[in-house]
Design a protein around this ligand. Structure first.
Ligand code: GLU
Length: 483
């Protein structure tokens, strides 16, 4: 039998990392077995519907590069793939289920339902309408009384199923309610629609959050009433914010698009979230989607929640950034340079080589280039280097020498500068290392820079380098005098 899985998001807002991980596992499972992956939009809850959320689902799946076999956009044999367009199907099957004895009409009004609430505020429907005779039901329907259709759950006995991750899940029927399947406006509840759709769409494996673990026996009873084979279930543990709290969509935690906006690469996010709840057999952590597809197995899915660790995701992202072609890095970096203090100044290309190996996420560019504009008074301690035997006095000699050397240059580039500074160091009887160390400090005024003296001066250009060297010369002289 061909494996068919689905991702069935409700369009209620942004794409949470947890939703995306559900989609990913569903996708990897289907692809691993050469099966099909279906996208279904579960929009029956109109109150929670958020405008634009459907487009966001499409956009996200496209950004991460999933190949979708059937969806509202891609079409398919068993559509429509949007639940609000399947209303008639649910109505038809709800009535069929009544005939089969798996459901019944309920005409109870709000007051009656409220009267069933116990002292703890819990309410369980008492099967009142199940005892209506066929004639009574028909009379009420004829009179146009509003009704819902409820599932007829056995009053007692145990029911169980095998979850592929959590093992045997057993529930006492006495703990289940005769829940509403079809609302009075003819809209199905999730509880009903997911069963009808998964069956009619030929879904073989249902992958979803473990909040559905304990409702699944109810769904299986529906399959049984229809005489259908239920799918296999892969329920997933939650993603945690810390040891106590789940990552929450409600509080805006972990929105996929926020990470993209910070300059994470989609392939790195996918790699990271694949590991959030699943462990491959080997030690390797960096895996592209093809490798993930090859290695993915349900046996590696954890039962306990995993803590979302942005530090680790950043680290993985840096590995993907290092692997980009220089052209691709330049393309991705450009909008960040344009937003940074160096916008429109200096040669962006010179920055690329320096930064590609130094940023973890593209947003880091903003900080990494900052020092170049924030040049001013700094501490002479910066000139100190134990191994090189360098300090501010050595720095002063080096900086004066560098000014002479650079002024004498007709053509200015990193290579020529390196030669010129080397020659000047020799002339002054100092080590080239002392010269380069001092010049780097003098042109940046920073302890940590993304490159050495020639790279930094190369980016700044001849004029600006000279201006900064002169500033530094004066600064050292003044501070040494006052010392
Ligand atoms: N629409 C449900 C949700 O977003 C999907 C549950 C399922 O996959 O069955 O939670």
């Amino acid at each position: 039998m061909k494996v068919r899985t689905r991702f069935a998001p409700s369009p209620t807002g942004f794409m949470h990392i947890g939703n995306l991980r559900t989609a990913l596992y569903s996708y990897l499972f289907a692809r691993h077995y050469g099966g099909e992956f279906i996208l279904r939009i579960e929009d029956t809850d109109r109150e929670r519907y958020v405008e634009g959320a459907v487009d966001l689902v499409y956009r996200t799946l496209e950004t991460v590069g999933f190949k979708i076999d059937e969806s509202p956009v891609h079409g398919g044999e068993v559509g429509p793939y949007v639940q609000s367009e399947r209303k008639n199907i649910y109505i038809e099957y709800a009535h069929k289920l009544v005939e089969l004895g798996g459901a019944y009409y309920c005409f109870c009004d709000k007051e009656r339902l409220e009267s069933l609430t116990d002292e703890n505020g819990n309410r369980k429907y008492d099967k009142h309408c199940l005892s209506l005779t066929k004639e009574e039901v028909e009379a009420k329907l004829k009179a146009g009384e509003p009704y819902v259709i409820r599932q007829n759950v056995p009053a007692s006995g145990m029911t169980s199923y095998e979850d592929l991750v959590f093992g045997t899940i057993e529930i006492d029927c006495a703990d289940m309610e005769d829940q509403v399947l079809l609302k009075s406006d003819g809209m199905p509840t999730y509880n009903f629609a997911n069963v009808i759709d998964d069956h009619l769409m030929g879904i073989t494996h249902v992958t979803r959050g473990m909040e559905y673990l304990s409702s699944t026996p109810k769904y299986n009873l529906l399959y049984k009433s229809f005489g259908w084979e239920p799918p296999k279930y892969i329920h997933l543990p939650p993603i945690m914010k810390d040891a106590q709290r789940k990552l929450s969509k409600r509080y805006g935690d972990a929105n996929f698009e926020d990470f993209i906006a910070k300059g994470y690469l989609p392939e790195a996010i996918i790699n990271y979230i694949a590991l959030l709840g699943w462990s491959p057999k080997g030690e390797v952590e960096k895996m592209d989607i093809d490798t993930l597809t090859e290695l993915f197995d349900v046996a590696g899915i954890n039962k306990s929640g995993s803590i979302f660790d942005e530090v680790k995701m950043k680290w993985l992202n840096s590995l993907y950034i290092k692997e980009l072609s220089p052209e691709r890095f330049a393309e991705l970096a450009k909008p960040w340079y344009d937003k940074s203090v160096i916008a429109g100044k200096y040669d962006y290309n010179k920055w690329n080589a320096l930064l590609q190996s130094r940023v973890e996420i593209m947003q880091d560019i903003l900080d990494k280039v900052k020092f170049i504009e924030e040049f001013g008074e700094y501490d002479l301690e910066l000139y100190y280097h134990k191994k090189l035997k360098a300090d501010a006095s050595v720095g002063l000699v080096a900086v004066k020498g560098a000014i002479e050397a650079i002024e004498a240059m007709d053509e200015f580039n990193e290579e020529l500068l390196s030669e010129a500074l080397g020659a000047k160091a020799e002339e002054l009887g100092m080590k080239k290392g002392q010269m380069l160390w001092s010049v780097r400090v003098a042109v940046t005024g920073a302890a940590v820079t993304p490159g050495g003296a020639t790279e930094m001066a190369g980016i700044l250009g001849k004029e600006e380098s000279l201006r900064r060297l002169a500033f530094s010369r004066d600064l050292i002289e003044r501070k040494l005098q006052n010392a």
